[in-house]
Design a protein around this ligand. Structure first.
Ligand code: HPA
Length: 270
């Protein structure tokens, strides 16, 4: 695995990616942040050695390098999901590569279903903690000690300081960020009413199909991270309406501008 990570990182360094400080992952329907970047380089995932290829058509699958103010940033537009058939190691491979390239912090975003009845469509929620219900773990298998420890600590997977920066950035943009627990499922189907009830009982506030594998790997490598969910549908088991993915993308699109403002403000303060 190390040689593949280094090959991808070397390739990217040779294209001009030079010591980015902050990595950003943009979730489903969340692409406006790109407009805030002074772009220096755009590289398609399909051109990067050993990168999985994005298969979901609305994911553009691009790595974008540039600056926000003085900060060098590396943005993943589109991510890999277990439901596409990738292994947990493939899903998290880009995080390993970004770390080798130099990033010190990782900001993640995702579209999520709101399980907490107080969370409404279009709201932004800071992920305070998570529950991993995906089948598999990106750290399973022989541990690579150069990358991180066999049994990484998970007592605070989301960095306190980064969280505070995001909360303050939200206030500056006239938004109050609520906090919640994100549960990650494999998907690709949305949940049944009984599953939403179960997820609420076990302590989840929102549900999605991403983020947790990436955060596990970031913690393995001691990369500080913070994440925001955009609530795209309300998962009230007693009043559940059919949801389709185009609606999820549409709601994400409406929250996209404010998310990109929060990320932009935060990055300048990291
Ligand atoms: N369930 C799982 N993933 C999701 C949902 C949901 O309700 N909404 C957006 N991503």
């Amino acid at each position: 695995m190390i040689s593949q990570i280094n090959e991808a990182a070397n390739f990217l360094q040779n294209t001009g990616i030079d010591q980015p400080e902050v990595g950003i992952i943009l979730g489903t329907g969340l692409g406006k942040f790109i407009e805030r970047i002074k772009i220096k380089k755009t590289i398609l995932y399909k051109d990067i050695p050993h990168f999985p290829i994005a298969t979901v058509e609305f994911h553009q699958g691009k790595l974008i390098y540039g600056t926000i103010g003085q900060k060098k940033v590396l943005v993943m537009q589109g991510r890999f999901h277990a439901y596409e058939g990738y292994t947990q190691q493939q899903v998290t491979f880009p995080i390993r590569v970004m770390k080798v390239l130099g990033i010190k912090h990782l900001l993640l975003s995702n579209a999520a279903g709101g399980i907490n009845p107080e969370f409404k469509k279009g709201e932004l929620i800071l992920i305070d903690d998570h529950i991993n219900l995906q089948n598999g773990n990106p750290l399973a298998g022989k541990n690579v000690d150069e990358l991180g420890p066999r049994f990484p600590d998970m007592s605070a997977p989301y960095d306190k300081q980064l969280n505070a920066i995001l909360i303050n950035a939200a206030i500056e943009n006239a938004v109050t960020l609520k906090k919640g627990v994100y549960v990650s499922v494999t998907g690709p189907n949305l949940e049944t009413r009984a599953e939403y009830r179960f997820l609420r009982i076990i302590g989840a506030d929102m549900v999605g199909m991403s983020t947790v594998p990436e955060v596990i790997v970031a913690n393995h490598m001691k990369l500080s991270c913070a994440a925001i969910s955009v609530i795209t549908d309300e998962c009230d088991p007693d009043h559940l309406k059919p949801v389709d993915i185009s609606e999820i993308i549409e709601i994400a699109g409406k929250a996209d501008k404010i998310l990109s403002s929060i990320f932009t403000t935060a990055i300048e303060k990291i």
